[in-house]
Ligand binder design. Sequence first.
Ligand code: PEP
Length: 248
Amino acid sequence: MRQHYIAGNWKMNKTKGEAVELARGLVAALKGGKNKYMIAPPFTALDAVSQVVRGSNIRLGAQNMSTDESGAHTGEVSALMLKDLGVQTVILGHSERRHIYKEDDAAVNKKVRLALKHGFEVILCVGELLAEREAGKAEAVCEAQTRKGLEGVAEAELKNVVIAYEPVWAIGTGKTATPEDAEAIHKFTRGIVASLYGKQAADSIIIQYGGSMKAENAAALLAQNDIDGGLIGGAALKADTFVPICSA
Ligand code: PEP
């Protein structure tokens, strides 16, 4: 049985003080919780939040990472810089990175391989646009993003990979995929992993759902066989809305 993994992506929200306050509340509320947890504050709060979550059952995540190790990349943050702050997990290929900042599959794959090389856990986000779903292309988009994202990733590294299925039309919109629709893509994606790495690897990989997950819909989504957790945006910004998902 795969452990449920609930992760919070705080996006471009929270000053350092606000981030520390929320992290302190979560450390207290999730102590002894039976699932796996991660929070990804903005870069500017990573150092401060790192001190708060150290020694707790909450992993520290970053929302992005540079494709390159160092050098002339103005505005970028490297793997070593993140490691230095105690970051354990990096979210890569988030739809906001893909669609607003035009990150393509090659860039996402470069980041995935670099992050794994540096020993991070990677959450690889995949998901279709509304127009792609309406055109019957949801599976094809998720398959391409999964295959390209994992290109060059060795079987031994897969234990550090989590996939997050995030239909873009459900992110921050209040629209959630039905548990059955989400389950269909999760099952399909697990099949892709099986075709690449075999059944055992596919059975073990964590596949999170993301897209307007909240306390009211989390239990039904998490009850699906192939939905192993959630990547939460809006509802991760307050302990009152995040903690109930963590215990759903
Ligand atoms: C996300 O951006 O990863 C996300 C799932 O956001 P929200 O929960 O707000 O839809």
